[in-house]
Ligand binder design. Structure first.
Ligand SMILES: Cc1cc2nc3c(=O)[nH]c(=O)nc-3n(C[C@H](O)[C@H](O)[C@H](O)COP(=O)(O)OP(=O)(O)OC[C@H]3O[C@@H](n4cnc5c(N)ncnc54)[C@H](O)[C@@H]3O)c2cc1C
Length: 424
């Protein structure tokens, strides 16, 4: 113990690493804690969250909201004890005590009262500074070796440090421009941990043959992602909300939420179906459209769906259904009317991929949950080695869920490492 420089070293000063440092230093005042960050500043990604406003928690976040890429696909079995210890309510109180009161917006999303991400970063930095945590930036950790006393860490400049415990909080690979570039997977697997293949999540879906005239359209509806394998199709995911048409495909929160279920695999294909009238059954919609033909019969056919859908989309659907834009609404044939109704309920395109790691907001996959104790977030393989945040195989939907996890896991790992690693 005497010859170790630090009681605890935390790798990564993002959301989870900063919170881990705050928790550990508060837990045992006076302990020697080192926080190592690859970037020139701490919390770079946090500044970009929630469009600069930082949707830092979700009041409703609970275990069933979180996914894992292993087993059944749900992380609920593993994450429940952690969220009991550090619930959104507890975290809101922790931030309040750090000087950041929260305000609630729609669907339980919590933001700092200032509506500035900067407030969250500043509060975390002030907390760790007050408790004497050493923050070293421009220090990308290149290796972490276990020794009988603890760990030896070496950064890319060859600077070595020793610590009794380590928390790995390097994030995943999403939003790579902010520093999380997958280093953590290398460090964790060098110590024998299994990595569940990471894929980009909360990102756009790229579609085959996107209609360029629809670019910019925003419409409420349902998105259904279908997986096709060996002649069998299954619903992989569905969500409702605002869909945004982009040049290459579709975006918007509901698209983001289903994107984690897309994975490039040999022999597997995906299609995305958009339902622009999820509140109506197909036959009901056909009845509505038939009545509309009678009501608006004299008008040009090109205006048939105007008022029900954004004009660009209305025009696109009529074109795709083969309606003659030169005729009048009453001249639309029964066949065409059925095709229009079918397209409104199921506008389908093949999915060719997702946007890159740079555009993704979160990583699905990571360090296998089976290798980590859910109560303390300590490795089951390497005592004294902890995990926090997106590095683990846990991901949540849009709406403050992923930061809830980052802060909850940071708090738990920091407290556990503080209690076990810094107390003697
Ligand atoms: C644009 C954008 C907007 C988002 N908005 C929201 C939102 O509003 N609400 C929400 O809940 N979630 C949001 N997210 C997701 C959320 O930001 C992440 O899930 C969360 O930041 C993960 O925290 P983390 O600490 O695990 O990783 P990160 O925040 O990625 O932090 C990891 C840190 O480790 C550092 N690091 C990496 N490798 C090394 C190394 N070898 N040595 C030293 N340091 C290293 C990185 O530089 C980085 O600072 C958003 C993500 C993006 C990209």
């Amino acid at each position: 113990m005497e010859n170790l420089n630090y009681d605890l070293a935390i790798i990564g000063a993002g959301a989870s690493g900063l919170m881990a440092a705050a928790a550990a230093s508060k837990c045992i005042p006076g302990s020697r804690i080192l926080l190592l960050e690859k970037n020139a500043t701490a919390g770079k990604k946090l500044y970009a969250t929630g469009n600069g406003r930082c949707n830092f928690l979700n009041q409703h976040a609970s275990a069933p909201d979180f996914n894992s890429r292993e087993g059944s696909g749900s992380a609920a079995w593993w994450i429940a004890p952690a969220l009991n210890l550090a619930s959104p309510f507890v975290l809101e109180k922790i931030f309040f005590e750090m000087g950041v009161p929260a305000i609630a917006q729609e669907e339980g999303r919590l933001y700092p009262r200032s509506l500035q991400a900067e407030s969250v970063v500043e509060a975390l930095l002030l907390s760790i500074e007050t408790e004497g945590v050493q923050l070293r930036t421009d220090a990308a950790v290149a290796s972490c070796q276990q020794t009988p006393q603890g760990f030896i860490l070496e950064d890319v400049h060859g600077k070595r440090e020793t610590a009794r415990c380590v928390i790995l909080a390097t994030g995943g690979k999403a939003g790579m421009q902010y520093g999380s570039q997958g280093d953590g997977y290398r460090l964790a697997s060098a110590l024998g941990h299994r990595i569940v293949k990471p894929i980009p999540a909360l990102t756009q879906l790229l579609l085959e043959d996107p209609d360029p005239t629809l670019f910019g359209v925003r419409v409420r509806g349902e998105i259904r992602l279908y997986r096709h394998r060996a002649g069998i199709s299954e619903l992989a995911a569905r969500d409702r909300g605002e869909v945004q048409m982009t040049r290459e495909g579709i975006s918007g929160i509901c698209t983001f939420n289903v994107s984690r279920f897309y994975e490039i695999q040999e022999g597997v294909d995906y299609t995305a179906q958009l339902d622009f009238f999820p509140e109506s059954a197909p036959e009901e919609l056909l009845t509505v459209l038939t009545e509309r033909c009678q009501l608006l019969g004299q008008r040009p056919a090109s205006t048939f769906l105007n008022g029900m859908l954004p004009v660009k989309l209305a025009q696109g659907l009529l074109r795709e259904a083969g309606a003659d834009p030169g005729g009048s609404i009453k001249e639309i044939s029964v066949d065409i009317l059925r095709r229009i109704a079918a397209l409104c309920k199921s506008y389908e395109r093949r999915v060719t991929g997702t946007k890159s790691w740079k555009d993704a907001q979160v990583t699905a996959g990571g360090v296998s949950l089976k290798e980590v104790d859910p109560l303390r977030l300590m490795s089951r393989r390497i005592p004294g080695f902890y995990f926090a945040g997106e590095i683990l195989d846990v991901d949540g939907p849009c709406g403050g869920y992923n930061l809830t996890w980052a802060f909850a896991s940071g708090w738990i790992a920091g407290t556990a490492a503080g209690e076990t690693g810094c107390c003697d």
